[in-house]
Design a protein around this ligand. Structure first.
Ligand code: NAP
Length: 238
């Protein structure tokens, strides 16, 4: 699929990876970009091709309204996500795990269900922003890892369900990206543009699961040969 001429919908478009998706979609010739955010007053809508949409992906009514408004979409970018940085047992906020599931898993599922009818008609594509932490557990972010793992498994199932309709469903799995979310992580961090570039290349080249950055690629390679050893090294903070 080509980005040039597409009609895209991006969630969490006000900052980080989402804002970069909007910018690069416009640069690479998108015909229209629905840029959605919980607070649309902070969106950059100077380009006339940008259509701001107020959207919290956990709000079923807002999701349905967004899908009805953007029925001409052929590229859905499920970017919105949260990371509460909590371990499994000694969590300071016992609601964090539920909040991460609500946004990262159920919110993403809400979006896919609402947009699937339009995407079936257009034969378009879905890009789900996943994480290498969907494949392996980092104990300090245990509940984030679980929510991303759930979303990754759901993505695989949706890919199979939509394939007969000519709709591709991609997972983008980076390591730490240089945004607010990873503000407190030590470097190296992947520049946001590299993540978006990788997603566009995958759309073009036909890859459905893309590991972005050296760290994610090394972990994925390790998982393919000795999953338990990789899990152990992350548990030890190696
Ligand atoms: N940064 C990393 O290291 C990293 C690594 C791997 C994967 N990812 C994934 O990449 C995606 C983008 O993350 P980022 O790094 O750009 O994070 P970010 O800078 O924290 O931005 C997150 C975006 O998601 C939006 N969002 C959160 N909850 C939402 C909800 N319920 N409804 C709609 N929008 C919501 C935020 O909106 P508000 O401004 O309203 O909060 C914001 O626009 C996420 O799915 C994340 O898990 C990030």
């Amino acid at each position: 699929m080509q980005v040039d001429g597409c009609v895209a919908f991006v969630s969490g478009a006000n900052r980080g990876v989402g804002a970069c998706f909007v910018k690069m979609l416009l640069e690479q010739g998108a015909r229209k970009v629905y840029a959605s955010a919980r607070d649309i007053s902070v969106l950059d809508d100077r380009d006339p091709r940008v259509v701001p949409v107020a959207l919290d992906i956990t709000n079923a009514e807002q999701v349905a309204r967004a899908a009805a408004l953007a029925s001409d979409v052929n590229l859905l970018v499920n970017n919105a996500g949260i990371n509460r940085l909590e371990p499994a047992l000694v969590a300071t906020d016992l609601n964090a795990a539920r909040a991460e599931m609500e946004v990262n898993y159920f919110g993403t599922l809400n979006m896919i269900r609402a947009f699937a009818p339009s995407l079936r008609l257009s034969g378009g594509a879905i890009v789900n922003m996943s994480s290498i932490l969907a494949r392996v557990a980092l104990p300090a972010m245990a509940s984030l890892c679980a929510s991303k793992a759930a979303a990754l498994r759901m993505t695989e199932a949706v890919r199979a369900e939509l394939a007969p309709h000519g709709v591709r469903v991609l997972s983008i799995l980076p390591g730490a990206v240089d945004t607010d979310m990873s503000r407190d992580f030590p470097p190296p961090k992947i520049p946001v543009a590299e993540v978006v570039d990788a997603a566009f290349a995958a759309l073009r080249d036909g890859n459905d699961e893309v590991y972005v950055g050296a760290m994610a690629q090394q972990i994925a390679a390790g998982l393919a040969t000795d999953r338990l050893a990789v899990q152990l090294s992350l548990a030890r903070g190696a």
